[in-house]
Design a binder for this molecule. Structure first.
Ligand code: ADP
Length: 301
């Protein structure tokens, strides 16, 4: 199959591994930098150009679109969908997953376990916002943050009020969330491919830190997850419409709670922690499922 990997950098671990897995299986993969491609949008003949040449049609596209290029990246992916390529994850599902509020609203609508969460932009009654999610201690998150930056634990009501006021001063969109203390500074990353969790790892924060992000010094290890956790992760990916997803869970007393569903999960941490060939499983999934003009939401917004 002709497979395009949409990625800005060939040297990134995940991109390299996907490229290798395609080659090992006898496919013809290429890595395309979405920001360098350009498109003519005309009725009935969608094309994508790069460096003066028109790209011929692909059988499948593997989007590895970074959060900062979601807008243009999903437009390029949508163009490939209109040309009949099978997207590993559809453009609509990626856009959905990149919007934290939309994602949590969708998941909550379907009854998925979530930490009690409030959204706010410029609330007049901050104490009520804090009360709404059960009071302090609570976690305050900048919506635009990644890798744990902009995620703050406020131990007291006073601290929570000050942080919320500070973020409001920056005109940032924020989320306030019940602190799941019993998670013990750990979360579980479930890698979903198709209808299965193919690998899971536990990320543990450094002592004295509650954020388990590997970028914040967290460490990853293999973990056995329960059937309920497995079902929750698969269900969350399905609700988002993602074939491949990294679903982050917190282990709470009341059961697994979904924190985030990531549409371009990194492969390095999870392949190293589990010793599994996830890139290979992703390409196997494409082989089994790729059909021309088969997206659920082809070309639709
Ligand atoms: P980012 O998307 O920037 O990684 P997250 O929302 O995933 O931010 O939060 C970073 C880390 O903080 C998580 O991996 C988890 O370990 C911890 N964390 C986040 N929210 C909560 C919460 N409500 N309760 C307990 N720990 C949390």
């Amino acid at each position: 199959m002709k497979i395009a990997i949409l990625s800005r950098n060939k040297k990134l671990y995940s991109t390299r591994r996907l490229l290798e897995a395609c080659e090992q299986r006898g496919h013809e993969p290429i890595v395309l930098d979405v920001l360098r491609s350009y498109m003519e949008v005309v009725p009935s003949k969608p094309e994508v150009h790069i460096k003066g040449t028109i790209l011929s049609a692909f059988d499948a596209v593997i989007p590895r679109i970074g959060a900062s290029v979601t807008f243009y990246g999903t437009a390029v992916l949508r163009q490939f969908e209109m040309m009949g390529a099978f997207p590993l994850n559809e453009s609509v599902a990626i856009s959905r997953s990149r919007d934290k509020l939309r994602s949590l609203q969708l998941l909550s609508r379907k009854g998925v376990g979530l930490p009690s969460t409030g959204f706010a932009h410029h609330p007049d009654d901050i104490p009520d916002l804090i009360k709404m999610v059960g009071g302090a201690p609570l976690v305050i998150k900048l919506l635009e943050g990644t890798q744990g930056i902009g995620v703050v634990l406020a131990e007291t009501k006073k601290a929570a009020e000050s942080v919320i006021e500070a973020f409001m001063g920056l005109k940032a969109n924020i989320m306030v969330q019940e602190y799941i203390k019993e998670a013990g500074g750990a979360d579980i990353r479930c890698l979903v491919v198709g209808n299965k969790v193919v690998a899971a790892m536990k990320r543990q924060a450094l002592p004295g830190e509650f954020r388990s992000n590997l970028h914040r010094g967290g460490s990853a290890s293999l973990i056995k997850i329960t059937p309920v956790e497995r079902a929750t992760a698969v269900n969350a990916a399905k609700i988002m419409g993602l074939n491949v997803a990294g679903v982050d869970l917190l282990r709470a007393e009341r059961g697994p709670l979904v924190m985030e569903v990531n549409s371009s999960p990194g492969l390095e941490g999870i392949e190293n922690a589990t010793g599994k060939d996830i890139a290979g499983m992703i390409v196997d999934f494409i082989e089994k499922n790729a059909k021309p003009y088969h997206t659920k939401t082809r070309g639709k917004g």
